[in-house]
Design a protein around this ligand. Structure first.
Ligand SMILES: [Zn+2]
Length: 409
């Protein structure tokens, strides 16, 4: 970590060195600091191959931690594999980024590794997290690895495997009555009382620092820039990180351009899709009629894709920026399509994805149907987590007819 990596307040612009703060308290409500790179300086010294690593610590020079002794389980550098059969059916050149191969079975390990490394470097005794499940299981594992206490706050609807996973890693699991939003509120209160470091989405610049490695990797693993990268949106950190990482590599001159991003939400929790659709409709014809999507922000939601069951995403601003700057788009898909594509992914390509990850394929199918994604496009779909996380939904997906429907509007 050198002085060309700073943290700055998006509201007042104050810039500090990493390790000194995670929030700016000069405002009525504390503001989470953001990564602030001096690109010209970094360009002169940055060479990921020099580290000789095949995990996220290959990008240590872009993290807001010293990272001399990282808390790691070998996360990242997951495979990007061809998916010719499903690509053929959708008439695109399709690759899958297999994030379920991370140590705890999801993309969340990228952020957790950097976060817990920071916790250990700065002497936090405990870490905490509000989560729909994957981030909870992930930070629990890294806390165990890094010798920190861990408390997680989860909604009552959590799939059993995710709660069991956190407990196996030794975390205290607090089930909060309500949805993700209520778990997040309780977590924030307890974090302030206890002086823990919070892994929850939007609470530190360290988790986004790790999430960007998805974009760095994709930029390194592809021989040509794809037309589209498809990512599910829960709190939005994975999509924002993939975009910001790729854009950083473009600014560093390591790739020519950044692809378009397609964000996929569940129809029963799609506030970002709704707001963007309404913006587009207003721009087009002055009509503020709501889109065909099912719920409004803040409503109680219910979908089998628990990892993206978030009504008020914490990283909304970053996702909107990513979609605008990449000339991207969003779609919302229903549970029937998610189950169908879970079965498709498994039976055609040998990939067992959790519902939120199968939503990427359901979303791509819908985008093809609508002509958003052109035939013959080069597409990467990010499979964010393992299907073993939620075998109850997988069991119902077995009875879905493969290739019967895109099932969404
Ligand atoms: Zn500030």
């Amino acid at each position: 970590m050198t002085s060309d990596i700073g943290l700055s307040c998006p509201r007042c612009g104050r810039r500090v060195q990493p390790g000194t703060a995670v929030r700016c308290f000069d405002h009525e409500t504390p503001v989470t600091l953001e990564l602030d790179f001096d690109i010209d300086q970094i360009r002169e010294r940055f060479d990921p191959a020099e580290r000789g690593r095949r995990d996220i610590w290959r990008y240590r020079d872009l993290f807001p931690v010293s990272g001399k002794t990282p808390v790691t389980l070998g996360e990242g550098w997951t495979d990007l594999v061809d998916a010719d059969k499903l690509g053929g059916r959708l008439d695109v050149d399709l690759s899958l980024k297999l994030e379920g191969a991370n140590p705890t079975g999801s993309a969340k390990d990228r952020g957790s590794s950097v976060l817990v490394t920071h916790a250990r470097e700065q002497g936090y005794d405990g870490v905490a997290c509000a989560s729909t499940g994957n981030a909870a299981a992930s930070v629990s594992a890294y806390a165990a690895r890094g010798g920190r206490d861990c408390t997680i706050f989860v909604p009552g609807s959590l799939p059993r495997a995710k709660g069991v996973q956190s407990r196996i890693y030794g975390a205290e699991v607090v089930t909060v009555d309500g949805e993700y939003e209520q778990a997040h509120e309780v977590c924030q209160t307890r974090v302030q009382q206890q002086g823990w470091l919070d892994r929850s989405a939007g609470s530190t610049p360290h988790v986004p620092g790790g999430e960007r490695t998805l974009g760095y990797e994709l930029a390194e693993q592809t021989s040509r820039v794809p037309d589209w990268v498809v990512v599910p949106i829960g709190n939005g950190g994975t999509l924002a990180g993939a975009f910001e990482g790729w854009r950083t590599f473009e600014r560093l001159g390591l790739v020519d351009q950044t692809p378009r991003f397609l964000g996929v939400q569940s129809r029963s929790a799609c506030p970002i899709h709704e707001s963007l659709t309404e913006d587009t409709e207003r721009q087009r014809d002055g009509d503020s009629t709501a889109s065909g999507a099912a719920s409004a922000s803040g409503e109680v939601t219910d979908t089998c894709a628990d990892s993206i069951d978030v009504s008020t995403p914490q990283r909304t601003a970053a996702v909107r920026a990513a979609l605008t700057e990449s000339n991207g788009a969003t779609v919302a898909v229903d549970d029937e399509a998610i189950r169908t594509w879970m079965h498709e992914l498994g039976s055609a390509e040998g990939v067992f994805a959790e519902p939120a990850s199968a939503a990427t394929l359901a979303g791509l199918a819908l985008a093809r149907e609508r002509g958003l994604v052109a035939p013959g496009s080069n597409v990467i779909a990010v499979i964010t987590g393992s299907g073993l996380k939620d075998i109850e939904t997988a069991n119902t997906a077995i009875h879905s007819e493969p290739n019967s429907s895109t099932g969404a509007e």
